[in-house]
Ligand binder design. Sequence first.
Ligand code: SAH
Length: 388
Amino acid sequence: MNKIILKSGREKALLRRHPWVFSGAIAHVEGDPGMGETVGICDSRGKFLACGAYSPQSQIRVRVWGWEADEEVDAAFLRKRLQNAIALRTGWRPETEDQGAVRLIHAESDQLPGLIVDRYNDTLVMQILSAGAERWRDTLADLLLELTGVAHIYERSDVEVRKLEGLPARVGPIRGDEPPELEIEENGLLFKVDVRGGHKTGFYLDQRINRARVRELAAGKEVLDCFSYTGGFALNALAGGAGHVTALDVSADALALAEANCARNNLPAEKITYLEGDVFHALRKFRDQARSFDLIILDPPKFAPSAAQVKQAARGYKDINLLAFKLLRPRGILVTFSCSGGISAELFQKIVAGAALDAGLHFRVLEQLHQSPDHPIALNFPEGAYLK
Ligand code: SAH
């Protein structure tokens, strides 16, 4: 096995079992490891620390597979990791919860760096984000087929971060045919999922528990769901007895699915308005029209995928949160999210506090919301806590 030797003192993160080795921490590379090949990681005196996947083009040069010196990364190793992650999902979720829609594999948090797998009934959608997972793509697909018994595995490896790893975008069936038109059940509501053309793997499973919470808060209220996508929050608000819901999104396709989802669930069509538009503009227009709402949801896309975009992203978050605060009626509730890896929970709180200050009213935090538990956060990998 080729080896990575770290600079003196740069083993600290690994000793805390943080699973990333940055290029700047490496003193030298012994041998000539290829893309995604397994390498040993050693401290400056040559003592073994971990083994991981080598990614020659990425700033994150190695992602740790395991911490044992005598472990080999092969199909048997990956099978154990997958089994463990899948077993946890069945153990955590109450019997009453819909088992058809679940994130089965959550990358680093499940000790499978760069591998995302979402299950939608009989279809898995796989997203490969790192050179290491890419190298084992076929093995992982075969193992997933065997361990879950699904009929289709579809790949949605078409995300920007693959470029950082030097990997091309790839979309299409990996095992089985093109998946059928999918419909999942979440919190008792049905949603159509477009795994081919939708965002990410097709559906934002991470918001499941928060959508249920919004349903509890919505009775009798006038609700504005910003960044509505296929209606996740909007339809839960309707199901919770909202007086009226406005679903706002820039994507006409997403709103068309939201409308189909509304009909599919026999929710009252007269109580929802679909508004195609840019949230930044639409909120200003509402302000100019002196519109107001009892409950506003802000669930924007990642404004800061990494640290480089933080400043710009902070301005964006502040802008929409300030506008939303101003549109709230007395005792109104704002449900606001950031899913940006580059924005910490602490920074997000500061941004929202700055917006409240500028709005000039007294706002209090009622609850801190997080990603659903099928997107677990490994304690040695705090970066996994991306949704706040
Ligand atoms: N709340 C959704 C998920 C939101 S995903 C759910 O529960 O499923 C983010 C959404 O924001 C996408 O649908 C995208 O089309 C939309 N979007 C991105 N930028 C936007 C903008 N500036 N204005 C309005 N919508 C935007």
